[in-house]
Design a binder for this molecule. Structure first.
Ligand code: CA
Ligand code: CA
Length: 378
């Protein structure tokens, strides 16, 4: 593997195509910050550009942002580095390439974990080695190889286990020949002991654990081809192992699947904590745990919506805020929007990441950018 270092900002060689140093961030090619709307007091800026196919994010203790990709590049994983600590990236380093849809990234015990479709890799001591063609160890290569919903979000749970979802290899199908399909699995970080943690999940590409209850919350993408407004995407809560979340039999709170739902009822399944918009493609989600945003945001959920394709009028392409009252998800409202203009979207949010200073990063795999949202009282 060859390490490629791309110096993004303040590089004279790139000034002509990336005039980031001018401070006129709204004019960056393909990025239209001026069209983005957030609540009063919030500001959005560019953290990094040129991050081709920026997908899931994971932050190291030293502040290096690792970013996975799906299919828009060369199977690469990035380290995005803010060397001078001015809250804007100075370098985007390709630490690996040629991987198979390495969407998932997680940091644990000095190592970066990367999930391809069927393998989980570990790059040891990555903060010290990321510039020097780091080698990896394959910790598990036994996941299904299906490309359909095969790309993964991964994260370390409070139980010290690595959570690895396996999507349904289809739009809608029953694959009870292999209980790993349409599940969230978990295993020891060394790759041993994989087990199904939760089932009946079509395709989750974002999850996180509540900061105080330590319970897993996750997004799930609803099936396609049931019309513009059915079914909803979902925000789910899994307080324990062994729950079934409905797929392919049951969608949202109350929708039996036309092909698989007959003879089933809502009572058989763990229903979503909140129905999200139809076809919005709810992906990355995090609890806001920083100290910068107003107190009302504390421990609330921010969800990146990648945006619809299976709908006559597009929706999504935004970051939503879900407020909780205990375990009840009591509201669902736009937090950052404007990537969708009319029927055209210039950007597609994929993941969100709370930074140590309380700012929120948002990745975008269409504008190939990472944004930084800050707050100061108006
Ligand atoms: Ca910087
Ligand atoms: Ca469900």
């Amino acid at each position: 593997m060859k390490t490629i270092v791309c110096r993004l900002f303040c590089s004279f060689a790139l000034l002509t195509v990336m005039p980031a140093c001018s401070g006129a961030a709204g004019t960056l090619e393909g990025v239209h910050l001026d069209s983005l709307k957030l609540p009063p007091g919030f500001k959005i800026d560019v953290y990094a550009t040129g991050v081709t196919d920026a997908r899931s994010m994971a932050l190291s203790p030293g502040g290096i942002l690792f970013v996975g990709t799906r299919e828009g590049g060369d199977g690469q994983v990035y380290a995005v580095v803010d060397s001078n600590k001015d809250h804007r990236a100075d370098e985007v380093v390709v630490i690996a390439k040629g991987l198979t849809q390495p969407n998932g990234v997680a940091f644990h015990d000095g190592a970066l974990y990367v999930a391809e479709i069927s393998r989980v890799l570990r790059f040891d001591n990555i903060e010290a080695t990321f510039r020097n063609s780091p080698q990896y160890t394959v910790v598990n290569d036994t996941f299904p190889t299906d490309e359909h919903h095969g790309w993964k979000f991964i994260a370390l749970g409070p139980d010290g286990l690595l959570y690895v979802p396996v999507g349904a290899p289809c739009n809608i199908c029953l694959r009870d020949d292999d209980p790993r399909y349409a599940s969230i699995m978990r295993m020891k970080p060394d790759g041993s002991g994989p087990e199904v943690f939760a089932s009946g999940i079509r395709n989750t590409v974002g999850f996180s654990w509540h900061p105080t209850t330590q319970e897993l919350w996750f997004t799930d993408n609803g099936r396609d081809m049931l019309g513009d407004d059915l079914p909803p995407d979902e925000l789910n809560r899994a307080p324990k192992a062994g729950l079934h979340f409905g797929y392919p039999y049951w969608h949202g709170l109350s929708i039996p699947d036309p092909d698989f739902g007959e003879g089933h009822s809502a009572a058989e399944y763990t229903l979503p904590a909140r129905e999200l918009g139809p076809h919005v493609a709810a992906l990355g989600m995090r609890f806001y745990t920083g100290g910068m945003f107003p107190a009302e945001y504390q421990n609330q959920i921010l969800i990146a919506e990648h945006g619809s394709w299976n709908r006559s009028k597009p929706i999504g392409y935004r970051v939503m805020l879900v407020k909780l009252n205990g375990n009840e998800a009591v509201s669902y409202e736009p937090f950052a929007e404007g990537w969708l203009q009319g029927s055209q979207a210039w950007g597609r949010p994929v993941d969100v990441q709370v930074m140590p200073d309380g700012a929120l990063l948002i990745s975008d795999d269409r504008a190939n950018a990472i944004y930084r949202v800050t707050y100061s009282a108006p």
